[in-house]
Design a protein around this ligand. Structure first.
Ligand code: SF4
Length: 857
């Protein structure tokens, strides 16, 4: 993919050169896995599960994990045009040449993207059609607990935690290859010994839809579980993307599993029991994570962060660093009633992000049905605290179409939003309450797995009803999940293998990126159902609680008996307490206090809830007093740093470069001065943005630091914290004022391929002789043109017979040097030549920089 960078809009997504990435020596690798995320880079890079597996595998000598994402249309078009296969980012290895291709299945709408990636990789879709020596195509993630509609496409799936399972699979695959002589079936048979490994081809489907085991002794697959998260690897040097990711921050998983027992929640059932990371371990992960990545935002991740038993202590121990380094802490969807004054007080001194609350259902009756376990008083007290501490915008999450929902429950969403609005103190500026509603999709392994999903028409009707209500108050906003997407998700979330041909047919009819609102189209899906003579609504219907289900052979440890009991309690409006602090409700996952779980953890470790505190902390044990307010705008050092930009760094845009330096400064422990105002920004300035794709030996950055540092030490501290291709070569002390002189003259060296050197040199000679030379291009505002001839003040042959050096005076006007080169030599296609800025000068014909400064270091 790297060779296509010159033609791509977002080339840095395909370079695999980000800070924190791991690239292993090919000779040392016994088994290589492509961690394949079936969505765009910006989405996949936000997925913490992928980051954990990347770290877990790469920590093991002899194993290599590399990343691959669904390419954009533009990149996929190039692959097809050039006949090149989809490759991993780190080593540019074709997926078909990896030992394992492991897909993350995070939701049902990504299924056609899996086929798209296999297609681009030249790997046959169906496991049965693949050769003996090709890669194993595997899957994991929450959806693997019922990915039967895509089961024929995978050699195996991992259900549950991947930290132990994936390295074990890779080691076994490597050993099998080294032994030789084993068929793929033999290898798969061996792999069934690893907890959580599900081989779809070892099961058939009976006439009643029940899974039928085909291999003796392999009738039921139980999930893999890491009993104690402190023993599992967690990445602190996470890959820091150049290009912006959806969640571009340090994500620290503080706990896994949730036992609140919300009856709609798939994750809440499949990841039981609760396992909190210990406070000392978390403090280490946060400190190391922030200093190794340089991220300016930290997010505490878990299914229910507010339920973390030592949240106040965790905040108290991390807040100082966040305040000092201007690190924002994102408040995840904290459960109403779990946000204490002490946390809010601590957060008052740091950058804040938006606040969200998830009542899920608007009436107490319905909240009891779903076992949400919060009251309206909890919700209103929670938002009142948020408003009281300065938040002005609050987002509320609701579902529509929950079992037993009535019109009163739907109207209640509007009424509750109004009550939330009323909690804001009078005169609150920019007050906004947003209700985000999602149609409920019944999920497998939950007490509602037998319930019906409401129809597409009912979803639209309820959304329309709420839209009319919300339109009556401009301080209220309604957002809703696309009804057609929820409909399709519902069809596939509880389906069996019978729908696999339809996934394939829909892909062939162009269904791709189905979770993207601007790409989603239900039409191809409806067409393939129609062509197959099937009604998709059939899969939304209620299920007979006594009939077999397509996922009956896959166990997350929660027993069907528990799910049935919970369903009965839901219909009776009775709640079940959280076992984290209360009584065990006997879901079956744990094997303590005399109960036996069917799950097995590594080393036979005891499976039980693991919490830092026996009860939820409500006030910080030792919240540090707010430090004396530091003047972030203080300016102790003002320097200009000269740097070179070569190799893969030539594809960094100015925006990416700015973000990258901000993070590199943090990693280097250099504290920039900040601007004043609501969103303080580091005081950095740059020269004219260099065109993406042009190398440079003369880039510069102006920088104010708020703590004294010997200027000569700055490059030595920054360089080890910069990605490949960026090197600080000189430093220049500047006067304390804000003014930074800008160069006006830039000299470039063009290296032309020998084959077309003669023609290009003749064209440059013609350009030199011309009085004027129009360069035209298409801008966002229409066609543009500039006479480039007066801008070029000198043209000379370079050191070889196929190089040209030209100097541009950009005092009055500017033309992109790439445009200029391609206008002078129209036959010189992008990617076939190299262009480097070799020097700049502050006055026409003046001394060239940075050569005069080079010997300062
Ligand atoms: S077995 Fe009991 S303690 Fe363990 S997760 Fe289930 S309800 Fe909680």
């Amino acid at each position: 993919m790297r060779e296509f960078a010159p033609w791509l809009q977002k080339p840095t997504q395909y370079l695999g050169a980000e800070w924190g990435r791991t690239a292993k020596d090919a000779a040392s690798v016994r088994a290589r896995v492509a961690l394949a995320f079936p969505d765009m880079y910006e989405v996949g890079m936000s997925y913490v599960g992928g980051r954990i597996l990347y770290e877990t595998v790469n920590r093991v000598a002899g194993l290599a994990a590399e990343r691959v994402f669904t390419p954009t249309d533009e990149a996929a078009g190039l692959l097809r045009e050039k006949g090149a296969p989809l490759c991993t980012l780190e080593s540019d290895t074709p997926l078909a040449a990896c030992d394992v291709v492991a897909f993350h299945l995070t939701h049902e709408l990504c299924y056609t993207n899996v086929l798209y990636m296999l297609d681009l990789a030249g790997i046959p879709f169906r496991a049965a059609d693949r050769s003996e020596d090709g890669p194993l195509v595997i899957a994991g993630g929450g959806c693997a607990f019922n990915a039967e509609p895509v089961a024929p496409f995978f050699d195996l799936m991992v259900i549950g935690d991947g930290e132990e399972a994936l390295p074990a699979i890779l080691q076994a695959v490597a050993t099998a290859r080294e032994e030789g002589g084993l068929s793929k079936r033999d290898v798969l048979l061996r792999l069934t010994a690893i907890p959580g490994v599900y081989v779809p081809s070892f099961f058939d489907v009976g006439p009643d839809g029940a899974p039928v085991p085909l291999v003796p002794g392999y009738a039921r697959v139980t999930k893999a579980i890491v009993a104690d998260l402190d023993t599992a690897p967690f990445p602190t040097c996470q890959v820091v993307p150049f290009a912006q990711a959806v969640h571009d921050r340090l994500a620290v998983e503080i706990a896994r599993g949730c036992t609140r027992g919300c009856r709609f929640c798939h994750a809440g059932m499949i990841y039981r029991p609760v396992r909190e990371r210990s406070l000392p371990e978390l403090e280490k992960l946060v400190a190391e994570g922030l200093s190794r990545t340089g991220y300016e935002e930290l997010s505490f991740l878990s299914l229910s962060t507010g339920d973390f038993s030592a949240l106040e202590s965790l905040f108290a121990h991390t807040i100082d660093r966040c305040r000092r380094d201007q690190v924002a802490v994102s408040l995840p969807s904290l459960r109403a009633g779990t946000l204490s004054d002490s946390i809010l007080d601590m957060m008052a001194g740091i950058r804040r992000t938006g606040a969200t609350v998830a009542p899920e259902a608007a009436t107490q009756r319905l909240r009891d049905v779903i076992n949400k376990g919060i009251t309206e008083e909890d919700i209103l007290a929670h938002v009142a605290k948020l408003f009281g501490h300065g938040w002005q915008q609050v987002k509320l999450y609701f579902m529509i179409g929950l079992p037993t929902e009535t019109e009163e429950d739907v109207r209640g969403i509007y009424e509750l939003a109004k009550k939330v609005l009323a909690q804001a103190p009078p005169g609150t500026k920019r007050l906004q309450v947003t209700a985000a509603i999602s149609p409920y999709v019944p999920k497998t392994h939950t007490p509602f797995q037998w319930e019906a999903q409401i129809s597409l028409e009912q979803i639209k009707e309820r959304v329309g009803y709420l839209r009319d209500l919300f339109a009556t108050d401009r301080r209220l906003t309604l957002r809703w999940h696309e009804p057609e997407m929820s409909f399709l998700e519902g069809v596939f979330s509880r389906a069996g293998r019978e729908l696999a041909p339809l996934v394939e047919a829909a892909y062939r009819q162009g269904a791709l990126f189905c979770s993207w609102i601007d790409r989603f189209d239900l039409a191809p899906w409806l067409r393939v159902f129609d062509e197959a003579g099937l009604d998709p609504a059939k899969w939304l219907a209620a299920r007979d609680p006594d009939a077999p289900l397509p996922w009956d052979h896959l166990s997350c440890g929660v027993t069907p008996g528990f799910l049935r009991r919970e369903r009965q309690k839901a219909l009776a409006g009775r709640i079940t307490a959280d076992c984290r602090y209360g009584e065990c409700s006997g879901c079956g996952v744990c094997d303590f206090e005399g109960r036996k779980s069917e799950l097995r953890a590594a080393g036979d470790a005891e499976i039980r809830p693991r919490c830092n505190r026996p009860e939820r902390e409500h006030e910080a044990v030792a919240a540090p007093p707010p430090p004396a307010k530091e003047d972030l705008t203080r300016k102790a050092v003002h320097v200009r740093l000269w740097f070179t930009k070569t190799g893969s760094a030539v594809y960094l845009s100015q925006l990416e470069l700015t973000r990258l330096f901000e993070r590199a400064l943090r990693r280097a422990g250099l504290r920039p001065s900040f601007s004043a105002g609501y969103h303080p920004l580091p005081q950095m300035s740059f020269g004219r943005a260099l065109s993406v794709g042009v190398a440079s030996e003369a880039e510069w950055m102006g920088l104010f630091l708020r703590e004294p540092v010997a200027p000569g030490d700055i490059p030595a501290r920054l360089n080890p914290n910069l990605p490949e291709g960026l090197v600080m070569v000189a430093v220049e002390e500047l006067p304390p004022g804000r003014k930074v002189p800008h160069p006006i003259e830039e000299t470039f060296e063009l290296v032309i391929p020998a084959a077309c050197a003669k023609d290009c040199l003749e064209r440059w000679a013609a350009f030199t002789a011309a009085d004027s030379f129009a360069v035209t291009w298409e801008s966002k505002k229409g066609p543009r043109s500039i006479d480039a001839r007066p801008l070029v003040t000198s043209i000379a042959a370079g050191e070889s017979d196929h190089t040209v050096r030209f100097t541009c005076l950009f005092a009055e006007a500017y033309v992109s040097p790439l445009r200029l080169v391609e206008a002078v030599c129209p036959g010189l296609a992008r990617g076939r030549y190299a262009l480097t800025k070799v020097a700049v000068a502050f006055e026409a014909g003046g001394a060239a920089f940075p050569s005069g400064l080079m010997n300062q270091n």
